[in-house]
Design a protein. Structure first.
Length: 169
């Protein structure tokens, strides 16, 4: 059965779209599982069937400053033995919009924390300075995304100033 393969490079947005795609239809998934199950280990390892890639680590100062961050598992470690394969694990930080930060803080019991308070706080702390590690420029023009470290700092600020952000009973 001839099969056409197309090798292309995906940019970050395309890769994210593929990750969000629904799973294969059950008929195709079961056919592929049955096909692989009938193959011997030698056939599965044959370069004519399997395409393998070797990753060589290039160390940078921080994962958050990289386009893509990959964590390498040592081949003889217990984790590598457990999966018996190469494991690629995304290590990029969680990212939040200002609205998501505000919603999270309100959900934690600070209903008076709003956009104006958030803006005043990041300006006061110069939190958009990338060297502080609170966030970075977003994927779209003129956007900013915040990291867990910022969420923790905002939480601490609200706890220290609870009377300002908690609704009167």
């Amino acid at each position: 059965m001839p099969i056409a393969l197309q090798f292309v490079t995906f940019d970050a947005a395309q890769a994210a779209g593929l990750k969000k795609a629904p799973s294969l239809p059950p008929a195709i998934a079961s056919m592929m599982d049955a096909f692989h199950a009938k193959m011997s280990d030698d056939e599965l390892k044959d370069p004519a069937f399997t395409y393998r890639v070797a990753f060589v680590p290039k160390l940078g100062s921080k994962a958050s400053r990289s386009d893509t961050a990959v964590e390498f598992i040592k081949p003889n470690s217990e984790e590598a033995r457990a999966i018996n394969a190469v494991l690629l694990k995304e290590v990029d930080k969680a990212r939040y919009t200002a609205g998501q930060v505000i919603d999270a803080i309100r959900a934690e019991g600070f209903p008076k924390f709003n956009q104006a308070a958030h803006t005043a706080l990041w300006k006061e702390l110069v939190a958009k300075d990338p060297t502080k590690g609170f966030g970075k420029a977003g994927d779209y023009k003129n956007t900013w995304v915040w990291f867990d470290s910022w969420l923790a700092r905002v939480r601490a600020h609200c706890q220290e100033n609870a009377s300002k952000y908690v609704a009167a009973v």
